[in-house]
Design a protein around this ligand. Structure first.
Ligand SMILES: O=C(O)CCC(=O)C(=O)O
Ligand SMILES: [Mn+2]
Length: 209
């Protein structure tokens, strides 16, 4: 299935790097970080071979399913608390090792784990949040890789409303690096949309225990 072939005559598979000048953030986008051919293969393979699970959150004593499917991978098979839920962490597989090593070439860290999110359609989303625990957010690295539909990655500063919202479109084969104190100063989300869109897979590589 080649759903995400670029049809634009002028587009190429060249990596395009953009840095965002936002206060208290260190964010770089690499478009075409993976070629269209690699991205199509990885999208299909991850979609088919990942053991996708339905996590839930408890809100006011009521169990509510997260609006997306997830899977955790990492260095060990320790359980990882996430969104008030314990999901088993699965060992790395060849697709994830390939992606992880390519991302690691751009940053001076070795990632310890990765959260996969599968957004089946426009109703799937992730609400405003910051990554990592509160006491860890001042110096972190997140490597966020997208395959499938382009969705806007919205950012808003934790305290400064005057800065407004920023939306970075994360396209098939892109890498978004968030470093330094980004998680401490900015929240992010993937909003829902009523548009008919293709599914999307996002991988966030993390390095703190
Ligand atoms: O899907 C995305 O681009 C973001 C996912 C995310 O923020 C998370 O899993 O923490
Ligand atoms: Mn996040």
């Amino acid at each position: 299935m080649d759903l995400f072939n670029q049809t634009d005559l002028f587009s190429t598979d060249e990596i395009h790097k953009t840095t965002f000048d936002l206060p208290g953030a260190d964010i770089t986008l690499f478009e075409n970080f993976f070629t269209t051919e690699e991205s199509n293969r990885l999208y299909n393979s991850l979609l088919k071979h990942t053991c996708w699970g339905q996590d839930a959150m408890t809100i006011y004593g009521k169990k509510v399913n997260l609006p997306r499917l997830t899977a955790w991978f990492g260095d060990t098979d320790k359980t990882e608390p996430y969104a008030a839920f314990n999901r088993k962490m699965l060992p790395w597989n060849p697709d994830l090792i390939l992606i992880k090593e390519r991302v690691e070439e751009e940053v001076n860290v070795k990632f310890k784990r990765c959260l996969l999110n599968y957004y089946r359609d426009g109703k799937d989303s992730v609400d405003w949040h910051q990554d990592y625990e509160e006491n860890q957010r001042k110096n972190t690295v997140i490597g966020s890789v997208t395959f499938g539909a382009t969705r806007p990655f919205q950012l808003k500063h934790v305290t400064r409303n005057d800065l407004g919202r920023i939306a970075i479109p994360l396209a098939h084969g892109s890498l978004l690096l968030m470093q330094g104190a980004t998680q401490n100063n900015w929240k992010h989300k993937i909003p829902k949309t009523t548009k008919q869109i293709q599914p999307r897979i996002n991988l966030t590589f993390r390095w703190i225990e």
